[in-house]
Design a protein around this ligand. Structure first.
Ligand code: FAD
Length: 305
């Protein structure tokens, strides 16, 4: 991982830096590129537009690392409202949550009860939840809550990060639960003893896990904009005699829209992850860290004019 990338991800976790960046005239267009807007309705509007091109949504209210119960409860209430509004407006979308947003860092019991209640509401509305995977410090706790949830509910889709050394082992036990997976490369700054650092090793691991998902998990999803990884998934499906609807390609709002549309037109299942809300700072810094060219736009937007 480059020094710039590591520095950006480090800044993403610093409240002091956050205050400085949020006070600067950070160009609205930089945030707007990756975030649908401040409100639920902004995100639903974007997803409804994507639906017209045959692309589904993954609705996400920005927020993570919550340390106050009242905030976790408010996030759960917001997600309940998001499920209800999506169903009422007949929008084709799933809903993605981060467990630290629902109080994982406060207490596991409270977090489990909030996610279980959201699962019930999603099932009642005929919708599906997806659980994002966060920094490696919280992977154990996320999996503990997930396993307990899966004991009493249809297992929601779970994101797993190809870069973590532990992931192949985690997947072996998740396969027994029939977990639908979203395979991503991983977006956080992680040390060498926890995660692969080279792109070559990461690509090889991603391909290996792609095969694993096709053979051992229901309805695999690939959360990537990397044409080579998507091409590998397409070939892996073909080799098994599976069609274009047998897996899902998921991408982020604001990234590779051309490829999203091309895949949807070619008959693949595509979903786009659409975040909304005002807690955009750590999300934006992760997106900037993923691509050096984004950093140049970002630095320009911090300057005058
Ligand atoms: C739907 C979805 C959900 C995700 N959920 C999680 C999660 O739960 N946990 C987690 O750790 N990570 C998550 N990620 C992020 C993921 O881990 C990667 O950090 C991110 O997708 C970049 O990796 P890539 O596979 O696209 O490949 P890369 O090799 O990084 O990118 C391939 C190409 O895509 C384009 N691209 C990629 N990122 C950007 C960007 N930010 N701006 C502009 N262009 C870009 C560039 O053209 C680049 O060359 C998610 C990603 C997606 C798409």
């Amino acid at each position: 991982m480059s020094v710039t990338r590591r520095a950006l991800l480090w800044l993403g976790g610093r409240p002091g830096a956050q205050r400085i960046v949020q006070r600067t005239p950070l160009s609205r267009s930089m945030v707007r590129r990756f975030v649908a807007g401040d409100t639920l309705q902004d995100a639903l509007h974007v997803i409804a537009r994507e639906n017209r091109s045959g692309i589904g949504g993954i609705l996400d209210e920005l927020g993570e690392g919550v340390h106050e119960t009242a905030m976790a409860e408010r996030a759960a209430a917001d997600y309940a409202a998001a499920l209800q509004a999506s169903r009422q407006q007949a929008v084709d979308t799933t809903v993605a949550v981060k467990l630290t947003q629902l109080g994982l860092l406060i207490d596991q019991e409270g977090c489990l009860s909030r996610i279980a209640s959201l699962c019930d509401q999603a099932e009642g509305a005929g919708m599906r939840l997806e659980i994002d995977m966060e920094h490696s410090d919280v992977v154990d706790a996320t999996l503990q809550v997930y396993r307990r949830l899966a004991a009493s509910h249809a297992p929601p889709r779970l994101a797993v990060q190809a870069y973590l050394h532990r992931t192949p082992g985690d997947l072996r036990s998740l396969a027994e639960l029939g977990t639908p997976i979203r395979l991503v490369k991983g977006a956080y700054s992680e040390p060498e003893d926890r995660a692969l650092q080279s792109q070559e090793e990461l690509s090889a691991r991603y391909r290996e896990l792609t095969d694993w998902l096709f053979d051992h998990h229901p309805d695999p999803a690939f959360g990537t904009h990397d044409g080579a990884m998507i091409g590998y998934a397409q070939t892996a499906a073909r080799r098994r005699g599976l069609g274009r609807q047998s897996f899902e390609v998921q991408m982020l709002y604001g990234v590779r829209r051309d490829l999203q549309q091309e895949l949807a037109r070619a008959g693949y299942r595509v979903r786009v992850y659409v975040p909304f809300g005002s807690a955009w700072y750590p999300y934006l810094l992760r997106r900037l860290a993923e691509r050096p060219a984004n950093l140049r736009f970002f630095l320009r937007s911090l300057g005058p004019g």
